[in-house]
Design a protein around this ligand. Structure first.
Ligand code: C2O
Ligand code: CU
Ligand code: CU
Length: 468
């Protein structure tokens, strides 16, 4: 594993904290939430979205004192927002102007495997590649895109390569409720303003920057004038976001791959790396509060201080009434009985060879190998997978190419049903928890599954599914 293993040069200096960082006060806060910039469509034919993304280094002046080199799509942090409708044909040409190979992976979308930016399909520096796919009916949801090269995902993502991909329903019963997009990411800047390399603790626990950004802005000010929908993305490498907003009623109305049938009232929402949600916010009074990420203990290694609650944004709200909602927000298809099963187990082992001090993150005892097929599924067959997190820290699980639903969770000998049913492609597992999920794959070819703490994925907590 050149470059990315615990002893490689990407470990930087082996300090456990990551060295001198820019203080949090170096970036301004409370600026109005920026809107995500949309990617333009060069096709005028209805039902077609044609466009271009260039991945390349760009230096952005964050303040008069702080200038930072990012790797960005079309010079934008976050990357341009792609907004299409279900049924659309999408054709996007990627030009790779990075100093290393890359791909674009369409996280959560049911695109054919050869269009999904697998590590086997890297686009070399200087080269271009066109992705093309048609989004099936029923695929409306909140997705995103990011690189998926071989052992480079963590670095390319923390340097800035990620953007949202929204698939809108042709007829949206909630279209009259205004919607905001909140892409949450984090940024770790060294004292000189440059993006800090991963420390050894980042590789073990998943990277967490000192800055949490929404739509690229540090602790922005969000304005909510009426009952409002918000689409949320956790695009952080390793940070868990246990979101809470006081003085408002919050309803979960959509998960990764689309709407729930019924709104589900929330007191807080745990969004782990890679997960998305659509919520409805109904302010109870006119006030100003903080959007918070509540303290959440995910069992990080080598941590001595307790987790703390963080402010992510200040929210100025005007009280509003609950809008009238349809009887059913959507109708979720029923998959029927599973006729095949698979079991996966996450483990960690110490990696102490060759002067290395770190961890191996494994699935069924193995590290990812590009040349090994770990599992085989049949097109169209309903499967139930049991994933067992046999470790003392939280990991999440992401499967490419399809959406799944949770059957149940099992922890400490107790089985519990999910609180709601929704389409998911990424799901968290508490230490020693088992989750059973049900899904079907509709395309032949190679699919990845992995922990979406990107450092764990990059270090090999990933497997390969061949769909035949
Ligand atoms: Cu968000 Cu394998 O990906
Ligand atoms: Cu994915
Ligand atoms: Cu993990």
């Amino acid at each position: 594993m050149k470059g990315m293993n615990m002893s490689g040069q990407n470990m930087g200096h082996m300090s456990s904290s990551g060295g001198n960082l820019l203080p949090e006060s170096a970036l301004p806060k409370n600026l109005p939430l920026p809107e995500l910039q949309s990617l333009g469509n060069t096709s005028s034919r209805p039902g077609y979205f044609f466009s271009f993304l260039e991945a390349k280094p760009v230096t952005l002046q964050l303040t008069p004192e702080v200038s930072t080199e990012f790797w960005a799509y079309n010079d934008q942090i976050p990357g341009p927002a792609i907004e299409v409708f279900e049924g659309d044909t999408v054709q996007i040409t990627l030009k790779n102007s990075l100093p290393q190979p890359t791909t674009i992976h369409w996280h959560g979308l049911p695109v054919p495997p050869d269009q999904d930016g697998n590590p086997q399909d890297e686009v070399l520096p200087g080269a271009s590649h066109t992705y093309r796919f048609t989004l099936p009916e029923g695929s409306a949801g909140t997705y995103w895109y990011h690189p998926h090269g071989h052992e480079t995902v963590a670095e390319q993502a923390f340097r800035g390569l990620a953007g949202v991909f929204i698939v809108k329903p042709k007829r949206d019963p909630l279209a009259d409720i205004p919607v905001q997009n909140w892409l949450m990411s984090d940024l770790k800047l060294a004292a000189d303003g440059q993006i800090a390399p991963n420390s050894m603790m980042d590789w073990m626990n998943g990277r967490e920057g000192q800055f949490v950004l929404i739509n690229g802005a540090h602790q922005p000010q969000i304005t909510i004038n009426t009952a409002t929908r918000a689409r949320l993305w956790n695009a952080c490498s390793g940070r868990y976001l246990n979101l809470a907003l006081s003085d408002a009623d919050i309803y979960l109305i959509g998960t990764d791959g689309g709407r729930l049938e019924q709104p589900h009232k929330l007191t807080s929402l745990l969004l782990t790396p890679g997960e998305r949600a659509e919520i409805l916010i109904v302010p109870k009074k006119s006030t100003q509060v903080s959007l918070k990420a509540l303290a959440y203990d995910r069992g990080k290694m080598g941590r001595h201080a307790p987790e703390v609650t963080r402010d992510l944004a200040s929210v100025v709200m005007t009280s509003a009434a609950l809008p009238t909602l349809p009887e059913k927000l959507t109708t979720l298809p029923q998959l029927g009985e599973a006729t095949a099963t698979k079991t996966l187990e996450y483990t960690e082992t110490m990696a102490m060879g060759n002067g290395q001090h770190g961890m191996n993150f494994l699935i069924n005892g193995k590290k990812h190998d590009m040349n090994r097929i770990d599992l085989t599924s049949k097109v169209g067959e309903v499967e139930e997978w049991e994933i067992f997190n046999n470790s003392h820290m939280d990991h999440n699980f992401h499967l490419h190419g399809t959406q799944f639903t949770v059957v149940n969770y099992q922890l400490d000998g107790r089985t519990r049903a999910p609180d709601y049913i929704g389409h998911k492609d990424t799901i968290n597992l508490r230490p020693y928890e088992r989750v059973r999920i049900k899904m079907v794959q509709n395309h032949k070819g190679l699919r990845m599954y992995h922990c979406h703490i990107l450092e764990h994925e990059t270090l090999g907590m990933m497997g390969q599914l061949n769909v035949v």
